[in-house]
Design a protein around this ligand. Structure first.
Ligand code: ADP
Length: 444
């Protein structure tokens, strides 16, 4: 051990100073050592030298808490090296066992002078010790082990040795406690890691399940489309009289067939598109467009509003150029306006366009569709964007629809780099906004 630089080179080192240095070294080891055993070793070595012990051992409770096992030793007689690892001391048995059982320092001044210790005489003689001191180690209010020092000659410890031992025992107790905590942490960590692996596996399974489901849906939708196209085609031929004249009743029946078929085709197309979006298979073909022209195109194909409802398109006079894929964009606008028509019994449906530049200098184009219809309660405003979700199930019967329109609109808008959002007040009306970057994101 290095002496303090300030100590005179030939003066006998001051005991108190040496004790302090030992305590500091142990504290240092306590703070920096990775493994508690290193702290035990350093403490044993420093203290054994200071108190003049021949060797020393740190014992901790084993898996069976009634047994103590050595976890670190200093200067243990090499001839008994093999025995050390095997050695178990029963709590309550012998000086070390007593120190643990009773939680007090047990000093043996002279092994050979005490008949009660006759069992230890042979070992003491062979290993070369005559006295010992066992100091209990405590952690979390319990005695977890002991540190025992063995001396060659019968010996009585001085008061300063005792105080040093107590100090060291405290530090070793803290080490045992820290080891305990680290062990707990490590176990918790291992458990977490295992759980993570399991969760990840489950997540992957779920993902795979979702993919298979989407794949299945895409195939089924595709297969449904082919016969339905044939049905619609023949209905068209019948209605147009190309397969012979129809009476009024027959015409009405064929028209109902054609309408139901068209609705079914709409549903299948929406499903197919939504599935392709989820599978990441929706390809975009951006081109130079004009925001107002896109809005007009969408308005051409929306259903007529109810009597007393007016559609107002407040579109800019000049051009509002942007770069995007017109097909999905018109589709979203058509959905939004169709919904507004469906849920508005009086008043106006207003379509507006605005352009804006965000904080990062990016240009955005936004289309808003504002209605004076039934409105949507605050708690429903997020749900309506989920697939097959409608404000209430009865809506389907009253207003028709499948609950796919907004899910698809939002999916497409996000694919275009933007989003669809809603503001609404129950009973007053709703305002949906489609907002996308005026130029496609760089990766496109
Ligand atoms: P669909 O209209 O086919 O049911 P959507 O996904 O387009 O499916 O809409 C989901 C639900 O959101 C509708 O059923 C309706 O409850 C609500 N909703 C959508 N647009 C409006 C609107 N403009 N006004 C009131 N409710 C609306």
């Amino acid at each position: 051990m290095e002496e303090s630089a300030s100590a005179p080179p030939f003066a006998p080192p001051d005991t108190a100073l040496r004790e302090l240095q030992a305590a500091r070294d142990i504290a240092q080891a306590f703070l920096t050592a990775d493994r508690p055993v290193e702290v035990y070793r350093i403490a044993l070595e420093r203290v054994a030298r200071l108190v003049g012990a021949a060797f020393g051992v740190v014992f901790l409770r084993a898996d069976d808490p009634e047994l103590l096992r050595p976890v670190a030793a200093y200067n243990w007689p090499s001839a008994y090296g093999g025995y050390l690892a095997e050695m178990r001391v029963r709590v309550g048995n012998g000086p070390t066992g007593q120190a643990v059982a009773e939680g007090r320092v047990v000093e043996v001044y002279d092994v050979f002078a005490d008949d009660a210790l006759a069992d230890w005489w042979e070992a003491a003689r062979e290993m070369g010790y005559a006295s010992s001191v066992a100091v209990p180690l405590r952690a979390a209010g319990e005695t977890v082990g002991a540190v025992t020092f063995y001396f060659r000659a019968p010996e009585q410890l001085g008061e300063s040795d005792r105080s040093l031992l107590r100090l060291v025992a405290d530090q070793l107790s803290a080490t045992a406690e820290k080891a305990h905590l680290i062990e707990d942490l490590r176990r918790a960590n291992d458990q977490l890691r295992e759980q993570n692996v399991e969760l990840e596996a489950r997540y992957r399974e779920a993902e795979e399940g979702r993919r298979i489901k989407s794949e299945f849906l895409a195939n089924v939708s595709h297969e449904l489309r082919t016969p339905l196209t044939a049905i619609l085609g023949y209905a068209y031929l019948l209605r147009e009289g190309l397969s012979g004249e129809l009476g009024p009743e027959q015409t009405a029946a064929v028209e109902k067939m054609a309408d139901a078929g068209a609705a079914l085709m709409g549903l299948i197309n929406d499903l197919l598109d939504l599935t392709h979006l989820k599978l990441g298979r929706t390809m975009l073909e951006p081109e130079a467009c004009d925001a107002a022209t896109l809005a007009r195109t969408a308005l051409e194909v929306v259903p007529h509003p109810q009597n007393g409802v007016e559609i107002v398109a407040e579109l800019p006079e000049g051009t509002a150029p942007l770069q995007t894929d017109p097909a999905p964009l018109v589709r979203i606008l058509r959905n939004l306006v169709s919904n507004a028509v469906k849920f508005t019994a009086r008043g106006t449906i207003t379509l507006r366009i605005r352009s804006e530049t965000d904080d990062e200098g990016r240009q955005w184009t936004a289309w808003s569709v504002e209605d004076t219809g039934i409105g949507i309660a605050a708690e429903d405003q997020e749900h309506i964007f989920a697939e097959f979700r409608q404000v209430d199930g009865s809506t389907t019967r009253r207003y028709g629809g499948t609950g796919l329109g907004l899910a698809l609109s939002r999916g497409l808008a996000r694919r275009l780099g933007g989003d669809v959002t809603v503001r609404s007040t129950m009973g007053e009306g709703s305002a949906f906004e489609l907002r996308i970057p005026s130029a496609p994101p760089a990766a496109e």
